[in-house]
Design a protein around this ligand. Structure first.
Ligand code: ZN
Length: 323
């Protein structure tokens, strides 16, 4: 049972939105690629776990737990009556080697030590268990879901702690023999009660520097022809509803300007007045909560991102591409 779904993380959402509206410096291009790769690996892991089935256990995907005043991130936690299993997912590809506590790709040492990360992640849960005087097991594995990943090591301790893609299906299959009853439920509740927001992410785009307007979802072009309810891309001819465009812009705004209030004036500026204020108002009311404080009115997007909002509004789906 999935207790907590995986979503595109704040950092990946930020870079994806920024890339559409600014040219990224090299460092950010690298960050974006790393984020995309990590997320893709997590999705492979999730898909295989979904296929194998996880009905008898509780699964938490991509959560932050507040333990001893700090937030710790977990890619996947599996809870049963036996305890908690931590899966640290690493979408590495290429030929890796592990020797005496160091990872190498080819001959170069890798700065991340996945094994220490796993141990730290387990260690934090051990502290949590201690706080509640719990009596359950806590263990974990580093999962490498990439089919292009090769690992060499003579370290038995490491092999005890890793799952490669070739063994992933049978590894995840073993959770079908586990069961979450009263004890598992209590552990899941303990985890749930410690979930905190991601407090590490603090990137914020420069409003004056990002490109204003609306862009085509197909080719990214900003030259759109206005046709009543629709807009047509002048580069690739893709036609999309205005509503879809505005929704994507609301999602971008949220990703780029974390904690910055969404007001109608600011949003109109963000989309370079490409649709009327009346249209924006109608779409805000459909997808956002209106908050009024004295003379000030702002909006809060009711969804995590474009995809979640889009999936929740069937009508929009039905008409998006059929023009
Ligand atoms: Zn286009």
């Amino acid at each position: 049972m999935i207790m907590f779904e995986r979503f595109v993380g704040l950092e990946l959402a930020y870079y994806r939105a920024l890339k559409k509206r600014a040219s990224l410096p090299r460092e950010d291009v690298k960050n974006l690629a790393a984020q995309e790769k990590g997320y893709a690996g997590e999705c492979v892991y999730d898909r295989i776990f979904d296929e194998v089935g996880h009905d008898s256990v509780y699964v938490f995907r991509d959560i932050y737990l507040g333990i001893e005043g700090r937030a710790a991130q977990y890619d996947s936690l599996i809870v049963s009556d036996d305890g908690i299993v931590v899966n640290e997912i690493k979408n590495y590809s290429g030929n890796y080697r592990y020797e005496k506590g160091t990872w190498y790709i080819g001959k170069s040492p890798v700065s991340d030590d996945a094994l220490s990360q796993l141990r730290r992640a387990i260690g934090k849960l051990v502290k949590l268990r201690y706080q509640v005087q719990g009596k359950f097991d806590i263990s974990g594995k580093i999962v490498f879901p990439n089919i292009e990943f090769r690992l060499q090591s003579s370290d038995d301790d490491l092999w005890e702690n890793v799952v490669l893609r070739s063994g992933l299906r049978s590894y995840l299959g073993q959770f079908k023999n586990m069961y979450a009853g009263r004890v598992g439920e209590d552990i899941a509740e303990l985890i749930r009660s410690h979930i905190v927001p991601n407090t590490y992410f603090d990137k914020y785009a420069d409003f004056s520097a990002v490109r204003k307007g609306l862009y085509c979802s197909e080719c990214g072009g900003f030259e759109l022809e206005n046709r009543y309810l629709y807009m047509t891309c002048q580069d690739c001819s893709k036609t999309e509803k205005k509503e879809t465009h505005v929704l994507r812009a609301i999602s971008d705004y949220k990703a780029l300007f974390l904690n910055d209030k969404l007001t109608k004036q600011r949003f109109m500026e963000f989309i370079d007045y490409k649709v009327s204020e009346r249209t924006v108002f109608r779409i805000f009311n459909k997808y956002c909560n209106q908050i009024t404080k004295g003379k000030w009115t702002y909006y809060e997007f009711r969804y995590r991102d474009f995809d979640e909002a889009y999936q929740n509004h069937e009508l929009l789906n039905r008409y998006k591409d059929k023009v």
